[in-house]
Design a protein around this ligand. Structure first.
Ligand code: FRU
Length: 934
């Protein structure tokens, strides 16, 4: 019966699920731009130690603030081509998405830029160009245009012509080349303007300063100096100013940055005559990079506008620049604030994610715990119910085993009891035959009595056997109801009449009352006669002579039933016995009298076969009544249960069996006059016949007392203190074992030999019997001769014991504890001796006084002392007095008179009389010749 439970997911599976549940939301929440989503811009700057480059970087950063997912990697080549090549390679290696480059010089940087471009990385060229078109986009002002505007502006400043000096940037860089070309081209229209040999300032303030110093004269000669950036213009002014140049040349610059000492400021305070705005395009380059990467449309050439800043507009431009600067500062501040807020937001978002994740985890774990709990509870429930089922099965098995055991025990008991039941009649038959064979002549009264006893017990055996056979037939379904229609009143009348003789003899008021003159009933006569014979014979057994037994027949028309009541005013039964009365194997307190309980059980079976019912109602001391109900008509009977003939009358054999048994009662109570014998024996036996038999056998030699049960036996034993007790073991109430125990532990009866008589014949049972202190154990069936011999033997050994006491030279010796005597008796004798010894000189010492001291009645003390020492108490006291007197006389220390009082005689004369009658010589003669005393 192996039950397959559904497969539970393993712990690992559960854990995996839990981890997934916790991690997935975490991953979802942590959706900040991943590395993949981040745009990486690499920016290679040629140089960065001037304000213009700083401004470019600042503008880039400002723009970057709008793109939190854009990361800028910045490299400064420090005006070195080699360094810039290395920087670009490094940026490419770093995995940039796009390259912004401001090449130091066009030629050297072009190959590496082209390489990057070809590798698929977009390239934005800013400010300075490379020398090819292999780039993605360009951001910057048109340097040629700037140069051209500057040229036109210069021409305008020198309408009458003059000398012009250029301070250029790195010649290899495109702004230097383009600005120069634009300037030159503008001057072509003005022949009166002469371009001096340019000074190379390499875009740097220090270089320009040094060059101007070197060529100071030349610079002082110039009417206008065009520096390619404001830094170099400043250096030029400084050198010329320092040289206290009288006729300061006009000075032009490029860049037009706002800030202290920068282009706008220098125009404003007159150091420069004009500067040309050269925007850095830092912000534009970032915006363009993002657009390119996002695939938005863009222009390859992004040309930034230029403008002239001179005295005509410097104020406005300055104030605009200031405003822009302030706004930019505000933007920066706001961006910083935003950054801070963002940081706070990021922190809070992270915290929120942690909280949400924890919450999700808690919920998931909680759900999992609940789920596990549910699973566990379910498993527990299944286990519990399985356990309960197993327990139930176990209990059923145990109960079955117990029932089987009980049934076996009951059967065993039943067979034991049945065999016991057989033993008593067999004992009686055997002992009677024994007697006949040995002593009796045919025709004698005893012979007839024995023959009668044999017949009655053989009949009883026959009844037992036929009841047993009936049971066997019922058990094997062999007993079938064969009912036919007949008159129940007539049928019962016949059985009733069988006991009329007994009733008359025993003076029992025996009546049959039938309201109906006739009562038609379908019944099986061969079954019902057993029932009624059995019930009537029971009633007779338990009813005392002079009692009353009534049989009533009536019709219960309402229930369509015939009702028969058998009522006696006998001894009745206890509630417990009533409850079990119909149980086949039950042995009640009235066991042997009730038979084996077979009769009632069989009766019930037979009534039930008639589809009827039997009920018992009983009260101890008040009587018993049996009620039998049998259904009228034949509708309740099956076809095969019916037979078409008139129901027969009761069987003659049954009649004789039950008649005999009912008669017993009367006979046993007719006691014969007993011959008076000195030795008395008490017979305690509940079986009437056996008791009667034993009494009759013992009467020839002893005075016989008898009791029908243990309680009665005990009370007779205490009152009469017999010389020997014979008791059955199995008896209602106090059984033989208990009886023996009580007798042997009671001072009043402890000395009485007890013979236990029983059907129980196992060694253990015998040992149990003897352990009670019983002196003998005789198993039924027994031979009368053996029993008689055993009785004699026990009485004789009592005699020997007495001899033992009396044979001693001194009283003290005589009262020594001999072997084999009941401990209680020894104690008694010790006590008795001490009392007598102590009070010997008291002439008033008598039985009453001693009895009081030892706690026995006068009679009990008398019987006990007589049994143990074969003296009456008074004789014994007298013996002791005389024995002690003899000793004192021989010692000759006291006078005869003194001795007389000493041993408790009321006068010396009385002492002499008693002494002489006992020993045939006077005390004085005894002193002279002790040997002459008898
Ligand atoms: C700064 C700078 C600017 C100039 C530009 C030309 O390094 O010299 O002054 O306009 O570079 O590339």
């Amino acid at each position: 019966m192996h039950k397959q439970y559904h497969q539970h997911p393993t712990l690992t599976t559960h854990l995996k699920a839990v981890v997934m549940l916790i991690c997935v939301p975490l991953l979802l929440f942590s959706c900040q731009p991943s590395l993949k989503d981040t745009i990486v811009i690499g920016f290679s700057q040629c140089v960065d130690d001037d304000d213009w480059r700083q401004t470019m970087y600042f503008e880039m950063q400002k723009e970057l603030a709008f793109y939190p997912n854009v990361k800028l990697i910045y490299k400064n080549a420090d005006a070195s081509n080699e360094q810039q090549i290395e920087d670009i390679k490094a940026l490419r290696e770093a995995g940039i998405d796009i390259l912004i480059v401001s090449p130091n010089e066009a030629q050297p940087i072009t190959p590496i830029v082209e390489e990057v471009y070809r590798s698929g990385i977009p390239v934005i060229v800013v400010d300075r160009k490379i020398s090819s078109d292999n780039y993605t986009a360009y951001v910057g002002a048109d340097n040629y245009e700037i140069g051209n505007i500057a040229g036109a502006y210069a021409a305008n400043l020198l309408p009458e012509g003059g000398k012009i000096l250029e301070v250029t940037g790195l010649p290899g860089s495109t702004p230097a080349q383009d600005r120069h070309q634009g300037f030159v081209d503008a001057l072509k229209n003005f022949p009166e303007l002469r371009l001096m040999n340019a000074i190379n300032g390499q875009w740097k303030e220090e270089v320009a300063r040094e060059e101007i110093r070197q060529h100071l004269k030349k610079a002082q000669e110039a009417d206008l100096i065009f520096a390619f950036n404001d830094m170099m213009a400043r250096a030029t002014h400084q050198v010329l100013d320092a040289a206290q140049t009288e006729d300061m040349p006009l000075l032009l610059g490029i860049d037009g940055l706002f800030g202290p000492r920068l282009g706008i400021e220098m125009v404003n305070n007159g150091i420069l005559d004009a500067t040309f705005l050269y925007p850095t395009g830092g912000d534009k380059a970032i915006e363009l990079a993002v657009n390119i990467l996002e695939g938005k449309p863009y222009d390859k050439e992004n040309i930034l506008q230029t403008t002239v800043i001179d005295q005509s507009n410097v104020k406005i431009i300055k104030s605009q620049a200031e405003k822009i600067y302030e706004q930019q500062q505000d933007i920066v501040n706001q961006q910083n604030a935003i950054q801070e807020q963002l940081a706070v937001y990021q922190n809070q978002r992270t915290l929120l994610y942690v909280v949400i994740s924890s919450l999700v985890a808690a919920i998931v774990l909680g759900a999992y715990a609940l789920y596990s709990l549910k699973e566990k509870l379910e498993t527990n429930r299944q286990l519990k119910s399985k356990n309960e089922e197993i327990l139930k099965q176990r209990n059923q098995i145990m109960q079955l085993a117990q029932e089987t055991e009980e049934a076996n025990q009951a059967k065993f008991r039943f067979f034991t009891d049945i065999s016991h039941e057989f033993r008593t009649p067999i004992t009686l038959i055997l002992t009677s035959i024994e007697d006949i064979l040995e002593n009796e002549s045919p025709g004698s009264a005893l012979f007839h009595k024995d023959i009668h006893l044999i017949k009655r017990n053989a009949t009883r055996l026959l009844r037992l056997v036929s009841q047993l056979l009936d049971f066997r037939r019922i058990e094997h379904g062999k007993m079938e109801l064969k009912a036919s229609s007949g008159d129940l009143v007539t049928f019962i009348q016949e059985i009733f009449s069988a006991f009329e003789g007994t009733a008359a003899k025993r003076n029992i008021d025996y009546q049959l009352v039938s309201i109906e003159p006739r009562l038609e009933l379908w019944f099986d006569g061969s079954m019902l006669d057993k029932v009624f014979f059995n019930l009537l014979s029971n009633a007779f057994k338990f009813t005392a002579d002079g009692g009353k037994i009534v049989v009533m027949i009536e019709q219960d028309t309402e229930n369509r039933m015939a009702r028969v009541l058998i009522k006696d005013n006998g001894r009745g039964m206890s509630q417990e016995h009533v409850a079990h009365a119909f149980e086949r194997f039950y042995q009640g307190e009235q066991n042997s009298s009730m038979g084996t309980g077979l009769g009632l059980s069989l009766s019930r079976e037979l009534i039930q076969m008639h589809h009827g019912a039997i009920r018992i109602d009983s009260e101890p001391g008040r009587g018993t009544s049996f009620e039998i109900k049998l259904p009228l008509g034949k509708a309740h009977l099956k076809e095969k249960e019916r037979i078409e003939r008139v129901s027969g009358s009761s069987s003659a054999q049954l009649r004789s069996i039950y008649e005999e048994e009912a008669y017993e009662k009367e006979e046993i109570f007719t006691e014969e006059k007993q011959p008076s014998h000195e030795t008395s024996i008490l017979v305690v036996e509940d079986n009437v016949e056996l008791r009667k038999f034993l009494v009759s056998k013992l009467q020839a030699h002893y005075q016989v007392l008898h009791a029908a049960d243990g309680d009665q036996g005990l009370s007779i034993a205490f009152d009469e203190v017999p010389d020997l007790i014979i008791s059955d073991i199995m008896m209602p109430g106090t059984d033989g074992i208990r009886l023996a125990k009580i007798l042997k532990t009671d001072l009043r009866t402890s000395h009485i030999p007890v013979i236990l008589l029983t059907a129980r014949d196992t060694t253990e049972q015998q040992v149990e019997g003897l352990q009670t202190g019983a002196d003998a154990y005789i198993v039924k069936p027994f031979h009368t001769k053996y029993l008689m011999a055993r009785i004699r033997q026990l009485l004789q050994s009592r005699e020997l014991l007495r001899q033992h006491y009396l044979g001693k030279a001194s009283v003290a010796e005589a009262l020594e504890i001999p072997k084999g005597v009941n401990k209680l008796d020894n104690e008694f004798l010790d006590n008795f001796k001490a009392i007598v010894d102590q009070k010997l000189s008291d002439p008033e010492l008598n039985v009453n006084e001693i009895a009081k001291e030892v706690g026995l009645s006068r009679v009990q003390l008398y019987r006990k002392v007589k049994a143990l020492l074969d003296f009456s108490v008074n004789d014994y006291i007298k013996q002791l007095r005389l024995t002690k007197a003899k000793t004192l006389l021989l010692q000759q220390e006291l006078s005869i008179s003194e001795i007389a009082y000493e041993v408790g005689f009321s006068s010396p004369a009385y002492f002499s009389t008693v002494f002489k009658s006992e020993f045939q010589i006077s005390p004085s003669e005894y002193i002279r010749s002790p040997s002459s005393a008898t």
